[in-house]
Design a protein around this ligand. Structure first.
Ligand code: PLP
Length: 430
């Protein structure tokens, strides 16, 4: 299944005999397995307490997150999608109001706006970082604009140096969609505490993932924090009295109890992701593959937390490479194949193909590779080796493979979890 497009002469290619039979896109079992007994204990405690919605575990998690992210107010809620909706409600978005956001993001970023009758105004992205392009944002600010919503996509902070002055000059609040970027920073400050309000997700594929849906908001503004706490419980305060209409978006105590076990590990897990990203960069470069794939770049002004490691594959080769990797049981994903301005449900907004050329090109060319913290060196060698194989390149040179594999040169992946299950989390997408 080797592509002819970039092939080197056949005699330079050798079979990749040392590669592993499979590499999962994500293996949540490896992270949860060692913590299983602690999870059992706190789940028992929640059962015994009889407090299942909000309650002391949610309050404690909110304080612990506030300390970890160095932000004064944290408000738990039922999902990352709800956090975006709640943020817009707290800022008073009304029907017909416009919000500027990228089209190259998960659906929830835009649907939060349309659920309130607002109009998403899509801005194009930077071709290198895939993050919202501040110059295009500036062009799209108009009399009906009510907010700017950058997305810190794949774990990297949007260019806040350019976006914050734009928002300030226009008198607009900034809502950070930080669903993929917990612990990422910009000039040392954590995302979520840079704009007016930050929106996060505990979806299982996120860097801090729960045992189901969950999310939270961050803000430095006490007025917004008060309003968000009320809106997540139907606008109720005191009990059974409502002066505004909110929604039901409460974080479960069980989720909070589990997340409290995981949070102390998040920084180390993030460091592992950074190490894996650096290892890919090194391997792809040393294997001479950077002329056929474009590696992701981390902006030196912030910490990239690598929720995804996304390469670009030009010349219409992306889907064939993905099929080749799937045949070799290497998990990959396309984030996102159809930009939001081209989604059928948003056809009424009147966007045409060609309106956001950088976004549309990225949707055709990007591919996410496994990057989770517990990924083994030999698994990364296998990913790189399979990509080399696709392009008809020589396999990973033996000296590189042996150095990555350890001193005995015999690289074996560790066995994780009870089942050694590979790829269960591949079914989990966002
Ligand atoms: C950028 C972005 N925004 C919002 C969400 C929504 O979060 P949730 O799935 O928790 O509703 C996600 C992912 O799920 C996301 O990746």
């Amino acid at each position: 299944m080797t592509s002819g497009h970039f092939s080197t002469p056949a005699d330079e290619s050798m079979p990749n005999t040392d590669l592993l039979p499979s590499v999962p896109l994500l293996a949540i079992d490896r992270q949860n397995g060692p913590l299983r007994e602690q999870f059992r204990l706190v789940i028992d405690q929640v059962c015994d307490s009889g407090r299942f919605v909000l309650g002391p575990d949610v309050a404690a998690l909110e304080s612990e997150l506030a300390a970890a992210l160095d932000v004064p107010h944290v408000i738990g809620c039922a999902s990352g999608s709800d956090s975006l909706l709640l943020a817009l409600m707290a800022l008073g978005l009304e029907a017909g109001d416009e919000v500027i956001l990228p089209s190259y993001t998960f659906f929830a970023t835009a649907s939060a706006v349309t659920r309130l009758g607002g109009i998403p105004v899509f801005a194009d992205i930077d071709p290198v970082t895939y993050l919202i392009d501040p110059e295009d944002v500036a062009r799209r600010i108009g009399p009906r604009t009510r907010a700017i919503m950058p997305v810190h996509l794949f774990g990297q902070t949007a260019d806040m140096d350019a976006l914050l002055p734009l928002a300030e000059a226009a008198g607009l609040p900034v809502i950070e969609d930080a669903a993929q970027s917990i612990l990422s920073t910009w000039h040392g400050r954590c995302t979520g505490g840079i704009g007016d309000v930050g929106c996060f997700s505990f979806y299982p594929t996120k860097n801090l993932g729960g045992f189901g849906d969950g999310g939270f908001l961050t803000t430095t503004r006490a007025d917004l924090a008060d309003s968000l706490r009320k809106l997540r419980v139907h606008g109720m305060e005191p009990r059974y009295y409502h002066d505004v209409v909110g929604i039901n978006s409460r974080l479960d105590s069980l989720q909070a109890a589990v997340l409290r076990i995981k949070l102390p590990h998040l920084d180390a897990w993030t460091t592992d992701r950074e190490r894996n990203a650096a290892r890919y960069a090194d391997l792809f470069t040393r294997c001479g593959l950077t002329d056929v794939i474009t590696l992701p770049q981390a902006d030196a002004r912030g910490r990239h937390v690598w929720n995804q490691y996304v390469i670009r594959v030009a010349h219409g080769q992306r889907d064939a490479l993905r099929a080749h990797l799937a045949a070799a049981k290497v998990g990959t994903e396309i984030y996102y194949p159809v930009p939001l301005h081209q989604q059928q449900c948003f056809a009424y907004l009147g966007w045409q193909t060609g309106d956001l050329p950088v976004t549309e090109q990225a949707a055709l060319e990007t591919l996410a590779l496994p990057i989770f913290p517990e990924l083994e060196p030999q698994e990364q060698l296998t990913v790189v080796g399979r990509i080399a194989e696709f392009f008809g390149r020589s396999p990973v040179p033996a000296d590189i493979a042996h150095a990555e594999a350890g001193s005995d040169g015999i690289a074996k992946p560790k066995q994780f979890g009870r089942t050694g299950l590979i790829g269960r989390a591949d079914e989990v997408r966002c």
